[in-house]
Design a protein around this ligand. Structure first.
Ligand code: GLA
Length: 384
């Protein structure tokens, strides 16, 4: 947990002035995976691990950033062209570049970053950083903040500076998350519905596999291209479709045979995942965790077999969870190829679950999974 007084004190030691503090959360996606860039539905929630940015404006156009996790200051100038670079501040630069392109007149800034969101675990540490930095830069420049516009600018920063052709989910939930709720986001209209999560007898437990396979970014962009190919092929038979969101499952059954085998499986995942996500929202509204859990398992199988973005470690975590008492459902969450699973577990079985899964996982892989019970928390904000 971050201690504000110490964090502000550290800022004062580095820069000699008093900062304002902004933050944005990491996220876990309950269901609706690899659907966002297909104009589909997702059901993420913001988690109670956040990235904090202490910030103060400067009189010139320079941005200086320090981090509690890395040594040294990274500096750049807002009046010079900003390009990607391989340092931790790449996302900071990307965010500044995209806000400037949106014609926000940003002031120079001194920044200090500190994060509770594990990096590379598929819990969107980069979106949390982009959004917290974006909010800080806008606020200290006296600019208005529209959360959807901020999310869209951060998505472009991710695409252009990190090179992942990501969808909108991570940046959107980091801006708009609501405590106690998951958000059903329609990634076409960018509207959401807040769905309360009744945690009276059930907990959401994240298990970090502690692996991240290198393929992630390249394979992600490849999946996106495969979906676009599916749309182009299907459009020959279904004129007027713009994305896999527009394809009804009956129509897909009729025309799936016209697609090459791999493309067919990718499209099948997206089309069935959209349906599962809407069904999961119904189940959540009724606190029907048994049904929700079944949909989670089905989502995992589809990601593993049709979309092929899981890996041995994630499959293992899901299989172990399936054998534990009190588990309603489990699935990989986020982009895949490592990272975390999300598990829906009966409250009185959580301790048992964590002990069993960490022991069994370590026995099989030699790795110590990190498990945390998480709460649905709020989106980006200024800390008082
Ligand atoms: C990553 C991307 C998101 C989304 C997920 C998969 O987290 O940043 O836009 O596509 O993968 O659902």
């Amino acid at each position: 947990m971050i201690v504000f007084q110490e964090f502000k004190e550290r800022f004062r030691r580095v820069y000699g002035i008093e900062p304002r503090v902004f933050s944005a959360p990491g996220r876990v996606n309950l269901i609706g995976e690899h659907t966002d860039y297909n104009d589909g539905f997702v059901l993420p929630m913001a988690i109670d691990r956040r990235t904090y940015v202490a910030a103060a404006p400067r009189q010139d156009q320079r941005v200086r950033c320090a981090s509690t996790g890395f040594d040294g200051l990274v500096e750049f100038d807002l009046s010079a062209p900003l390009k990607p670079a391989e340092d931790w501040a790449n996302h900071v630069r990307g965010m500044a570049a995209c806000l400037l392109r949106d014609e926000f007149p940003l002031r120079g800034a001194d920044l200090l970053v500190s994060s509770e969101v594990p990096v590379g675990a598929g819990l969107s540490s980069s979106a949390a950083l982009e959004i917290a930095v974006g909010l800080a830069l806008l606020k200290i420049s006296g600019q208005p903040v529209d959360p959807v516009d901020l999310a869209l600018a951060a998505q472009r920063a991710e695409q252009e500076f990190a090179g992942t052709q990501c969808g909108i989910m991570d940046q959107y939930i980091a801006c708009l998350g609501i405590a106690g709720h998951a958000l059903l986001v329609d990634c076409r209209s960018l509207e959401y519905e807040a769905v309360p999560i009744d945690l009276s007898g059930t907990r959401i437990v994240i298990c970090n596999s502690m692996v991240r396979h290198d393929l992630a970014a390249g394979e992600y962009n490849m999946r996106r291209a495969e979906c676009e190919k599916a749309v182009r092929r299907l459009a020959a038979h279904l004129p007027g479709i713009h994305s896999l969101r527009d394809v009804e499952s009956e129509e897909f059954d009729l025309w799936a045979g016209a697609l090459p085998e791999v493309i067919r499986r990718r499209a099948n995942h997206v089309i069935t995942e959209n349906a599962r996500t809407l069904a999961a929202v119904e189940a959540l509204r009724k606190s029907d965790f048994t049904q929700f859990g079944k949909l989670m398992y089905a989502s995992h199988e589809s990601l593993r077999d049709d979309y092929e973005v899981s890996c041995r470690e994630l499959d293992l975590l899901v299989e172990i969870a399936r054998g534990c008492a009190g588990v309603f459902g489990a699935r990989m969450t986020g982009g895949g190829f490592g990272g975390c699973t999300v598990n829906l577990v009966r409250g009185d079985q959580v301790e048992n679950f964590i002990t069993t899964i960490t022991q069994a996982y370590e026995r099989e892989t030699g790795l110590k999974a990190d498990c945390y019970v998480c709460q649905a928390s709020g989106g980006a904000r200024e800390e008082q």
